[in-house]
Design a protein around this ligand. Structure first.
Ligand code: NAD
Length: 365
C-alpha cells in the first residue's frame, strides 16, 4: 500500500477526454490494491499558452520536478498555434519536459492483441506472435545538434543539420535496452547506419563493448533500412530494438501500424532521476490531439490507459497492478467492445467514457 504523486497534464484536443479515463482506471487500481495516487493537474499546450502565456509554465515545470511521474495527454491541433510562424508552439512543452527532466529513453511497446489482428493493415499471419519494444534515444542526435540552420553563400542558400552522439549517451541508452531485454525474451537489435555514418560506427562499437556485461542477452546489429523492411516482413522476429533519435522517430511510427490503431499504443519516456519508487518518467499515448474527433466522446482511451499501466511498472515498480490494467484491457476487447477507430462488423461500438468505465470495472471483478 503506497502513496504516489503524479502530475497530470491532459493538454489539448482529445487529451483531456482520454486522460480522464486513465485517471478512472487508476482509481480502480487504488481501490483494489489499497494505493493512494495523488493526482495534481496543470495546463499544458494551447490551453497553457492561452491561460498562462507559455506552452508550459515554470510553476508546472516545478510540479513535474516534484512528482514521481507525469501523465500526459496530447498538445496542439489548433490552427492559429500551428506552423513555424506561430510565436509559441504547443510542442515546446514536450521539448522542455524532455530536456529539463533529462528524459533520454523513449519506450514504445507494440503487442497487437489477438482479438485485434484483423484491425491492422498487415496480414494477421504476419502479425502473429509480435511483441516488441522500441527503445529510442530521445535527447541527442540530429534534433538537438548545432549548427542547424539555413544560410546564404555566394552560390545561393544552403542548409546544415548536425548529428552528434557521445559514447556516454550511446552507452546509457544501450544499457537501458539490455536491462529491459533481461525482463523479456533476452534479445537486443541495435539499429544504425554504420556503413555510412560515423555516429553509427561509434554506436555499433559501443554496443559491442557493452554486450559482454549482459551474457544472458543476445545482440544483433541491423542497418536502419533493413530494419524498416523487416518490421513489416517479420515483426515477430524482434524483441527489443534500440536506436538513435531520428531513426527511432521514423521506425516507431512504422511499427505503430502493426497494432491497428494509434489509439492502442502507449509510451514512456524515462529519465535518470530516481524517485522513492523507481525512475521519474513521462507517460503518454503516442497519438496527438486528434482535432477531427475532439469533443465527440469518440476517442479510444486505451493508449492513455496503457500509458498509466507503464507508469505503474516503470516509475512505481507496481508490476502486478500494471498487469491488472493490461489484462482488463484485453478482457474488454475479447468481450467484443470496440471504439470507432477499431470498428468491426458484429462488435459493439462504445464511446470513450464507456470504454473507460468497462476497463475500470474489469479491474475490480
Ligand atoms: P493525431 O494522432 O492527432 O491524429 C491522427 C488520426 O488518428 C486522426 O484521424 C485522429 O482522429 C486519429 N486518432 C488519434 N488518436 C486517436 C484515438 N485515441 N482514438 C481514435 N482515433 C484517434 O495526429 P495529427 O492529426 O497529425 O495531429 C494533430 C495535432 O496533434 C497536431 O497539432 C500535432 O502536432 C499534434 N500531435 C501531438 C502529439 C503529442 O502531444 N505528443 C503527438 C502527435 C501529434
Amino acid at each position: 500500500m503506497g502513496n504516489y504523486s503524479i502530475a497530470v497534464l491532459a493538454g489539448d484536443g482529445i487529451g483531456p477526454e482520454v486522460i480522464e479515463q486513465a485517471e478512472r482506471v487508476l482509481q480502480s487500481i487504488g481501490k483494489r490494491y489499497g494505493h493512494t495516487f495523488n493526482l495534481q493537474s496543470a495546463l499544458v499546450g494551447v490551453a497553457a499558452i492561452e491561460a498562462e502565456g507559455d506552452a508550459i509554465s515554470d510553476a508546472t515545470m516545478q510540479l513535474c520536478q516534484r512528482s514521481e511521474a507525469i501523465l500526459f495527454g496530447a498538445v496542439g491541433g489548433i490552427p492559429r498555434f500551428e506552423g513555424p510562424n506561430s510565436k509559441i508552439q504547443p510542442e515546446r512543452a514536450l521539448f522542455r519536459l524532455r530536456k529539463e527532466l533529462a528524459l533520454y529513453a523513449n519506450l514504445r511497446p507494440i503487442h497487437p492483441l489477438k482479438a485485434l489482428l484483423n484491425a491492422s493493415t498487415i496480414k494477421p499471419e504476419v502479425l502473429q506472435g509480435t511483441d516488441l519494444l522500441v527503445v529510442r534515444e530521445l535527447t541527442g542526435g540530429l534534433y538537438f545538434g548545432k549548427p542547424s540552420e539555413i544560410r546564404e553563400t555566394s552560390q545561393g542558400l544552403e542548409a546544415v543539420d548536425t548529428l552528434p552522439y557521445s559514447e556516454v549517451e550511446i552507452e546509457r541508452i544501450v544499457r537501458t535496452a539490455f536491462e529491459l531485454a533481461r525482463g523479456r525474451r533476452k534479445k537486443v537489435t541495435s539499429v544504425d547506419k554504420a556503413n555510412v555514418l560515423s555516429t553509427s560506427r561509434l554506436w555499433r562499437r559501443t554496443a559491442d563493448r557493452i554486450a559482454p556485461d549482459y551474457p544472458d542477452v543476445s545482440l544483433e546489429h541491423l542497418l536502419v533500412d533493413t530494419c524498416a523492411m523487416q518490421l513489416i516482413r517479420q515483426p515477430s522476429s524482434f524483441d527489443v530494438i534500440v536506436t538513435e533519435n531520428m531513426f527511432g522517430d521514423i521506425l516507431t511510427d512504422e511499427a505503430s501500424m502493426l497494432a491497428g490503431s494509434m489509439g492502442m499504443l502507449p509510451s514512456a519516456s524515462l529519465g535518470t532521476r530516481e524517485t522513492a519508487h523507481g525512475f521519474l518518467g513521462l507517460y503518454e499515448p503516442i497519438h496527438g490531439s486528434a482535432p477531427d474527433i475532439t469533443g465527440q466522446n469518440k476517442a479510444n482511451p486505451i493508449a492513455a490507459i496503457l500509458s498509466a499501466a507503464m507508469m505503474l511498472r516503470y516509475s512505481f515498480n507496481l508490476k502486478q497492478e500494471a498487469q491488472a490494467i493490461e489484462t482488463a484491457v484485453e478482457r474488454v476487447i475479447e468481450a467484443d467492445y470496440r471504439t470507432v477507430d477499431l470498428y468491426e462488423p458484429g462488435k459493439e461500438t462504445v464511446d470513450t467514457k464507456e470504454m473507460g468505465r468497462l476497463i475500470a470495472e474489469a479491474i475490480l471483478v
